[in-house]
Design a protein around this ligand. Sequence first.
Ligand SMILES: [Zn+2]
Length: 489
Amino acid sequence: MRVAIAELSHETNVFSSVPTDLAAFERSGIRRGAEMVYALRGTATTIAGFLDAAERAGFTALPILAVWATPSGTVTHDAFEALAGELVDGLERAAPLDGVLLSLHGAMVAEHARDADGELLRRVRAAVGPDIPVVAVLDLHANISASMVEAADILIGYDTYPHVDQRERGREAGDLLVRLIRGEIRPAKALVKPPMLPTSQNMTTDRDPMRTLIARAHELEAMPHVLNVTVAGGFPPADVPEAGLSVLVTTDGDPPLAQELAEELGKLAWELREGFLGGVSSWDEAAQAIREVRSGPLVLVDIADNPWTGGPGDSAELLRFLLSNGVRDAALALIKDPDAVAACLAAGVGQTVELELGGKTDRLHGPPLPVRGYVRMLSDGRYVNRGPMHAGVVVDLGRSAVLVCDGVEVLVTERAESPIDLNVFRSHGIEPSERRVIALKGKGHFRAAFEPIAERVVLVEGPGITGSDLTRLPFRHIRRPIWPLDPLP
Ligand SMILES: [Zn+2]
């Protein structure tokens, strides 16, 4: 059995002023052929799961391409054409094929293809023909479209947020692909999309409503003739008609059962919708929580400039808050500011610099913050995640500096990534469990590593495009009416 494996994934926030061009994908790393296996085998990723399945089932995995970029603005025409073209060419060169395994996000938007994942799957289908099985794994934040469902034989979404089951879902995809190749199953799919556009600050799967929805999905998956049940929370800032929560049920040759179960789960999601709201504290409440810290750390998270929701990562508002409240013994990850990094490099370790920090990408994430800071450390910004999420994956923040401003250690970087792993601090000489306050930019993924060491977690929302307040975003393409933006009958 010859099975092509590939990844092309991007979570697109169309409200970001930073376009996602080919250079953005190159900065995050394009891995081709054997290099893909070398970099990802054994890691907590979907591709590693595909490779596990190949070993277990004895199929030959033909690695084509693995590429992603940090969430950011609309993918340019040239970037999409270059990468989709390379993927499809790779499939054609690898022929004859028995099957295709893809790792996609499901919320990619390109300039000329708003449902970019649907378009990519359509091209893959056209390249391999109607008879070669195609199975794709999607993110829990996918905006699943009818085109995606039509072009693929089976789509499988992550069941966890933080996404700690990517490798497991990759294995599941590989196992189902083998059954498809052997002609053992005939997938029948039903997609149900209630008129819901939830944001993700309360979408983590260890709490309701997602805990209940995923638990029910697993019960349904245990029924006879049910192959997969996926609940995807969706990604509002992609601003596409498909944006929002999706339920996708795949049965073995039983379309009415797929439809019935998808409708049941869709109804349950609708009933539980209020649970997706809230969860964000005011800055005053955050200041009070900091005064009440006992041993710490209090993990304080600004959700409005989350790099993994497409925030520029250069808001200085968390630091402004910590300094104006006189908070000491705090560490912050991160503020993207290449000019500030250059100034720290020019000054050198042990020197003091005066800077206008952050707030430079656009006018949506607060103004630059004037600071005077001590340059404690300079680094190449590279480290390996210890997990649980993305364990073994190398992170590259670009050249970075630890700047100490009035008792707050600030990680200033050339690139923006979400700080989801304790090693973002440890690789910079900071032990996060020993600080009174750990300040992060994130939404939900940080919880996998930081909740176990946190005395308390407090979410706040500064200015920005990635928070819970959807009325800030000038939507143009989403379905209307949609909850919670519009009144619904
Ligand atoms: Zn996600």
